[in-house]
Design a protein around this ligand. Structure first.
Ligand SMILES: [Zn+2]
Length: 246
């Protein structure tokens, strides 16, 4: 409904009514004074229209709620269509002293943590077999069995194998511990770092004293003046393996 129109019609109607005979059925000519007054009243119409203020439209709460729900549904659909599921399987190598169940649970939590690689729009899903990569918890002395390029001291990545050294999983490293890093954060860091290699990353260096280390820096060996950081930085959120550019 047009509020301005209804006001205008009402005003015009009032003006027209002024021309109506005062007694139904009896035709009398209006006096010149009456006519003059009616003309004056009609001449004021433009200013009446100009003075009219459009009412402020108030959105009712139910409409706000409905719009918010529709927006949330559209955003969820968009996220679902852009997120990618990356599968991985798990295995052990050598003699285990750590809990493999805890390893699987914590590694999955790290991979899907909102601070980690999942920020690229990726969900990591553990599968029984045939994953895109294999996450390994390995006895320290067995890490070298994957490649002569790996040492028994640290974790490693060889092809599809993302290998976490059990000694590091259970005790981090002196440099990390001396810097006051927690074991849980070390576990986040080592899973993110080795998975980062599989995603296509090489090593990074400390960008400046006191800066958070990039997760691809070899923080297990030396923080180089950086602050320890278990998570990929914004600049590291890309993957040649998955075809995700910065
Ligand atoms: Zn590395």
């Amino acid at each position: 409904m047009c509020m301005m129109c209804s006001v205008t019609y009402a005003t015009v109607g009032a003006g027209l009514l002024a021309f109506s005979p005062s007694t139904p059925g009896v035709t009398t000519a209006p006096s010149p004074q009456t006519l003059a007054s009616q003309v004056t009243s009609l001449q004021r119409l433009p200013s009446t229209i100009a003075a009219f203020k459009m009412p402020t439209l108030i959105e009712p709460q139910w409409l706000k709620d409905q719009n918010a729900a529709e927006l949330a549904a559209a955003q969820a659909k968009k996220v679902a269509s852009t997120s990618r599921v990356v599968t991985y399987d798990v295995m052990t190598k050598g003699m285990l002293t750590a809990s493999f169940a805890d390893f699987r649970t914590q590694a999955n939590a790290t991979l899907n943590d909102g601070r980690g690689w999942s920020r690229m729009g990726v969900t990591f899903q553990e599968v029984q077999s045939g994953g895109s990569f294999t996450l390994v918890l390995s006895e320290a002395s067995q890490v070298t069995s994957f490649s002569s390029g790996c040492g028994s001291e640290y974790s490693c990545r060889v092809g599809r194998y993302v290998i976490i050294n059990q000694d590091r999983w259970q005790g981090a490293t002196p440099s990390w511990n001396n810097a006051g890093g927690s074991l849980r954060d070390y576990r986040h860091m080592v899973v993110n770092h080795e998975t980062g290699h599989w995603l296509g990353h090489g090593h990074a260096s400390c960008s400046g004293a006191g800066q958070p280390a990039q997760v691809m820096q070899q923080q297990s060996i030396d923080l180089q003046g950086c602050a320890f950081n278990a998570w990929p930085t914004a600049g590291e959120l890309w993957s040649s393996q998955l075809g995700i550019t910065r």
